[in-house]
Each structure stands twice: as structure tokens, then as C-alpha cells.
Design a protein around this ligand. Structure first.
Ligand code: DDQ
Ligand code: CA
Length: 269
């Protein structure tokens, strides 16, 4: 696990003076508990597969060997599904003016967020046809579903993750994500794996491993260098993490990336 600095001598002590207060004024603790210093991890590439270089990837998820991808941009937003490593077999469009964002599968439904319209679209997971829309406050960025507790986890461009009822999107709670005690804004695409939430951070090549119970970042995964400089020059940012059926294996891609990478996240050194 990550290093828990319950007794911290150097950090915070200089600025705050010699206070031994065990709560936040000393910088040693946050409201949620002791400050957690994330581990530094990297990615090990196991395989490379093609990715639609015109897909402005906003959501990526694999369920039972089927890859679901949501794309963005007004007039170009879609949801598509197909076998992992193959071409999509079903593609549907999200009509203007909606800008598609994160997606997640919950049983027989798929939820698709929109960026600034405050609308989530419920789709039939088989046909991807729209079933209904629900409203939410704020922006929509990333989305994933936890089995237990049965809830959605949603990012909105801030450091706050919102937990929602997977039936009606009502808010069940929130948590602020912090790295070494500091809020991390612009959390983007999400992936729920057991009790862990992974998030990539907009405009970075970092994927964060987050404990949603406390919001603490427990590992910072450096996923830079997946694309060649030439490929990166024509692509947009890293965005898209999907846990594969094989434990600890993930697909990672990005907006307008020509490739998807099968990776494992591994501690550095
Ligand atoms: N978000 O996905 C991070 C929430 C928003 C991305 C917005 C990207 C806008 C690109 C606009 C390009 C217009 C051609
Ligand atoms: Ca995902």
C-alpha cells in the first residue's frame, strides 16, 4: 500500500511552526485521516491494437469481452461497441448539440454523460438505443460503476468525485480527491475496479489510483511515452482506461489516438 505518514516531521512543520496538533492545521492530517503519499507507478505495455484515430474518446469500458467506447465533440459524439481488438459492430450517434462524455455499463443499461448539457442518456446495452434522459447539476466528464456498493462514480472537471444512484442519478455522496493532501482537479475518464477508482487527469499522461473511501491518491501512474512523438503530435490527450477481464490488465487510449495499449500498472523500480 501507499505510505501513510501518520507521523510527519518535515512536511508542514516548517510553514506551520512546531505545532504538534494532530489535525489539519499541522498539515499532517486531512479531514479524512492521515496524508497519503502516493506510490510512483509506470505502465508495462503488453500489446498494441488499432484505435479509430477519429474517435474523440471520452469513455472506455470492457464488459465480458465487449469494448464500449463513447466519443465527444458536437455532431461527432457516438457510442460504439464491439469485440476487444476488433471493429465496432454497433455505433449510435448522440444528436447535436450534445457533447458526449463518459460512459459506463450497469446491467442492461449503458449511461452516457454529456459535457455541459446536464443530461445523462440511458441506452439499451445491446442496441445502444436511447431509452431516456435524466438531469444532473454541473459538468459531465468521467463515469464508472462500482458493484459494491452499487453506485456510479462521476467526475465533473473538479477534484470532486460524485457517487450516484445507478437508477436515477441522484447524488449519494461526494469525495474530494487529494494527492499528498492537495486536491487534484480535472479528473477525467474513470475506471472502477473493485474498491479502487482509476482516473486520468486532463492534459496529463498520469493515471491516478484512488481510494474512493477517503479520496486519497494511492498511486500515481506515469503513462507517458505510449505514442511516438509523431503520433502524439497528431493526437489529443490520453483519455480512456478500461479494465480487461484478465485481472490487472487494462486498455489505455486517448482522444484521436491511433492506437490502444494493453497494459499493466506496475510499481517503479
Ligand atoms: N472534457 O472532455 C475534458 C470535459 C472537455 C473536452 C473539451 C474539448 C473541446 C475541444 C473542442 C474542439 C473543437 C473542434
Ligand atoms: Ca473507463
Amino acid at each position: 500500500g501507499a505510505t501513510v505518514l501518520a507521523v510527519l516531521t518535515a512536511v508542514g512543520a516548517c510553514a506551520g511552526g512546531p505545532s504538534q496538533e494532530p489535525r489539519s492545521t499541522s498539515g499532517q492530517f486531512e479531514d479524512g485521516g492521515p496524508i497519503v503519499v502516493p506510490e510512483e507507478w509506470t505502465v508495462e505495455v503488453l500489446d498494441v491494437s488499432p484505435h479509430d484515430p477519429e474517435a474523440f474518446t471520452q469513455g472506455l469500458e470492457v464488459v465480458d469481452g465487449t469494448l464500449y467506447e463513447g466519443t465527444g465533440l458536437v455532431g461527432e459524439s457516438t457510442v460504439r461497441k464491439g469485440p476487444v481488438g476488433g471493429e465496432p459492430t454497433v455505433t449510435v450517434s448522440l444528436p447535436e448539440p450534445l457533447f458526449g462524455e463518459g460512459i459506463t455499463v450497469v446491467g442492461s443499461r449503458l449511461w452516457q454523460l454529456t459535457w455541459r448539457s446536464g443530461v445523462a442518456v440511458e441506452r439499451d446495452v445491446d442496441t445502444l438505443e436511447e431509452r431516456r434522459r435524466v438531469r444532473y447539476d454541473g459538468e459531465g466528464w468521467g463515469l464508472c460503476h462500482q458493484e459494491g456498493p452499487d453506485r456510479l462514480v462521476m467526475s465533473d472537471g473538479t477534484a470532486t468525485l460524485t457517487f450516484r444512484d445507478p437508477d436515477d442519478f441522484s447524488v449519494l455522496g461526494t469525495v474530494e480527491v487529494t494527492d499528498s493532501g492537495n486536491p487534484v482537479a480535472e479528473l477525467n475518464e474513470l475506471e472502477c475496479v473493485g474498491d479502487t477508482v482509476y482516473a486520468n487527469v486532463w492534459h496529463t499522461d498520469h493515471i491516478l489510483r484512488i481510494d474512493p473511501a477517503t479520496g486519497a491518491v494511492t498511486a500515481r501512474i506515469d503513462a507517458s511515452g505510449l505514442l511516438t512523438p509523431q503520433e502524439a503530435a497528431e493526437a489529443d490527450v490520453l483519455n480512456g482506461i478500461a479494465a480487461l477481464d484478465e485481472p490487472d490488465h487494462f486498455l489505455v487510449t486517448g482522444k484521436l489516438w491511433p492506437k490502444m495499449f494493453t497494459v499493466r500498472f506496475v510499481p517503479t523500480g
